[in-house]
Structures are given as C-alpha cells and as structure tokens.
Design a protein around this ligand. Structure first.
Ligand code: DNO
Length: 396
C-alpha cells in the first residue's frame, strides 16, 4: 500500500515539509483553482508536479478532477465538456499522473452539520446530525417534501433545535453544510441553494444514472487508452440528500458503475467512511466484491446512531472493522503480484482526522488537520505492518 496524503496546494496551510514528517510518500492533490469544466493545461499540471517532486513526493492520485454540473444534469450539448475532460486526462497522463478520483454527487460534495463536534477525550470531529439536517431542510430551506425524508422523532428534534437556535447557530449550520466543496468554490446562500436545486427538478435516480453512464462511455475509453485509472468516490453521506438522488452509495451501486462500462480503467475509490455511514453496508464485504477495481482507498471510520446521525470516529474505532478491510486490500495486492503486475500497490490516505492538539486554532481545511491525520496514518501503518508480517515478507 502506498501511504499518501491529501494536500490542497496553495489553499493548504500545511506545508509539504510538514507532510514529509508524517512518513507519507504519495501526494493526493488537484488544481483547485481551475473552474469546473475547463481544461487542466500541461503547464499547470507540470508546475504542480514539479512542486510535489521537488519536495520528495510522488503525485499518486488526482483528487478530484471534478465533473461539471451540466454533465450530471445531462443538459444541452456536452461535447465541449467531454472533450475538455478527455484533454485534461491526456495532459495528466503526459505529465505522469495516472489515477484520477472524482465523484458523481449532484450539487454538493460531502455534507456535515457540525465541523467542530467535541470528542470525548478532547479534540474535535466532523458530525452529521440527522435532526440538524432536517432542521435545515424543513425550517430553513423550506424544501417541499423534506418532511417525508425524516422519521417523526427526527422531525420533532429538528423543530426544537430550530426554535432554540440563534441566528448565529443557523448561519453556522448553513456554513457547515456548504463546507464540503473543496478549494475556492462557491458557497451557496439559502436562496442560491434553492435555485441550484431547481436545476435538478425532474432528475431522479434513473435519469442521473443515464447521465453518469454517458459520462463513463465518453471518458473511460480515453482513460483506458492513456493508461489512466478513474476511481469514483462514493456518496457522502450515502443517501439521498436535499431531495437529490444519490447513485454511488451501496455495493449494488458500485456493481452498477463497474458494469456500466466494463473496463479496468473504470474503477473505485474505496472510501470506508462514506460507505460505512450506510447502515446496510458491510464495508470489508463490499471491498472484496469490487477488489480488482479498487484503484485508491480512503481509510477512516464512523460511529452511526439509530436516527441516521453519525460522527467521524478515530481510524480504528467506529463501526467498520478496519483490520478486516485492510486485510482485503492486502489480499488484493497479493493477487495482483501473483499476476506479475508491477502496479500492485494500492495508494491509500488516512481520510479525515480529528482536530487534535496544535490543529485546533490553526484554521485548517475541515477534516484535514495535521496531527489528527498523522495519528490516523500511524495507526493504519501499524495495522498494515502487522497484517503484512502475518502474510510473510513482501518482495522488495
Ligand atoms: C472529503 C472527500 C471528498 C472527495 C470527493 C472526490 O473529504 O473525501 O471531498 O474528495 O468527493 O471527488
């Protein structure tokens, strides 16, 4: 497994020399300042590549090469957007970057209601509270039909929260829900979000799947030819949100993706935290079912609650059996080695982390602190070493 670290380039207050001290050797990054839908030029990619290599790292994965909303909505003539995406892949390949993570979540990327929830023994974590999400949708956004998406008990708690919340609490909730968009992108106001949501009127699960399939048909053959591996990131949280359909949430969804265009370049980012927030998902079993197509892994854990809320747990705590999951990944690497492949190693990163110690007050990107991720990486490294030892020595 290749230990890697997400770094947000010019938007990240954590420096590459700091990252080097974590022991990670791979960098996961993106050109966050390029607007969605535009070509990533060779020059811009080469400049980032030089920066990463100059600091002694490999740029192992792009996260993300984002998909324009018009592609997700299947709106109008998409030929330029598809051509631009293909060109970006060609430019990345030409500069030696050959794994690309993306997601197909409509409108919002990951969604949380609280970015600084207290952790029992100190520190802060990201939290998704079903009652607060319900308060937002029902009482702040006034989305039609939102009530039906929540249990009566959750609706009750939502109404109480909303009545007691100050204007500042409501603003903080909106800011948390909007924080998932990485880099320098738009944050919606409540009114802006209503307008953006209206763009998805009439787009249900089947329509979104058709639009996704069209994207895969356009992009996977190009990726395959270029030797680039595409890896879709699962929905976070893995459920419909704000009335928007989500189609990459379960093992069945992943099987659908892999079958939609059946090629090795069409692969998966196995994100244990995203998949693990769904009550029916057995993450190690899902990993086993898609193992040959896992091109990248995000390792983190969540603790779920009965009402649909969840909190990000320490990497070896929470509901997912991390040791069992890592065993699946190591087994898959062994299978690749047995096939004689030189590209057997799966890059992974400690995904998210608690804000711990000097992380607090540093105003880092939510979920991406230094010490919290360093702790996560060290724990995961220990599991990998322990399981690897049991399996016998790795070839050099
Ligand atoms: C959250 C991340 C996601 C992920 C994108 C991939 O921390 O895991 O933002 O990068 O969904 O496109």
């Amino acid at each position: 497994m290749i230990e890697s670290w997400r770094w947000y380039g010019e938007f990240d207050k954590i420096t590459l020399p700091e990252v080097a001290q974590t022991g990670a050797t791979g960098i996961v990054t993106a050109l966050h300042d390029i607007p969605y839908g535009e070509v990533w030029s060779r020059e811009a990619i080469a400049a980032r590549q030089a920066q990463v290599r100059g600091a002694g790292f490999d740029w192992v994965v792009v996260e993300s090469l984002p998909i324009h909303e018009r592609i997700k909505r299947g709106e109008g003539d998409l030929s330029t957007l598809f051509a631009n995406y293909q060109q970006s892949l060609a430019n990345l390949a030409a500069e030696g970057v050959d794994r690309v993570c993306y997601n197909f979540m409509p409108l919002l990327d990951w969604t949380r209601t609280d970015l600084t929830a207290p952790v029992a023994r100190g520190g802060q974590c990201l939290r998704f509270s079903a009652p607060r999400m319900a308060a937002f949708e029902i009482h702040m956004l006034g989305r039609e039909g939102a009530e039906e998406d929540y249990l009566p008990e959750v609706r009750g708690k939502a109404a109480i929260w909303f009545q007691q919340a100050s204007e500042a609490d409501r603003e903080a909730l909106l800011a948390s829900i909007m924080a998932g968009l990485p880099g320098a992108f738009d944050r919606y106001s409540v009114a802006g979000l209503r307008t953006a949501l209206a763009g998805y009127d009439g787009i249900g699960r089947e329509e979104l799947r058709a639009n996704y399939k069209r994207f895969l048909q356009e992009v996977i053959p190009t990726a395959q030819e270029l030797g680039v591996r595409m890896c879709v990131h699962p929905d976070d949280p893995p459920r419909d949100i704000l009335g928007l359909p989500r189609i990459v949430s379960t093992g069945d969804d992943l099987a659908w993706v892999l079958n939609a265009v059946d090629a090795p370049a069409n692969g998966i980012t196995l994100c244990s935290g995203s998949l693990g927030a769904h009550p029916d998902n057995d993450v190690p079993a899902i990993a086993r079912s898609v193992a040959p197509r896992i091109h990248f892994a995000h390792l983190r854990n969540v603790a779920k609650e009965a009402d649909g809320s969840f909190e990000e747990a320490a990497h070896l705590e929470g509901d997912t059996d991390m040791v069992a999951l890592i065993a699946v990944l190591l087994e898959e690497e062994g299978r690749r080695r047995a096939e004689g492949r030189a590209d057997d190693a799966i890059p992974f990163r400690p995904d998210h982390g608690h804000d711990l110690l000097s992380d607090i007050g540093r105003d880092l990107i939510p979920g991406y602190p230094l010490i919290g991720r360093l702790r996560g990486l060290a724990e995961l490294r220990g599991v990998i070493a322990g399981l690897g030892h049991r399996q016998g020595p790795h070839p050099a």
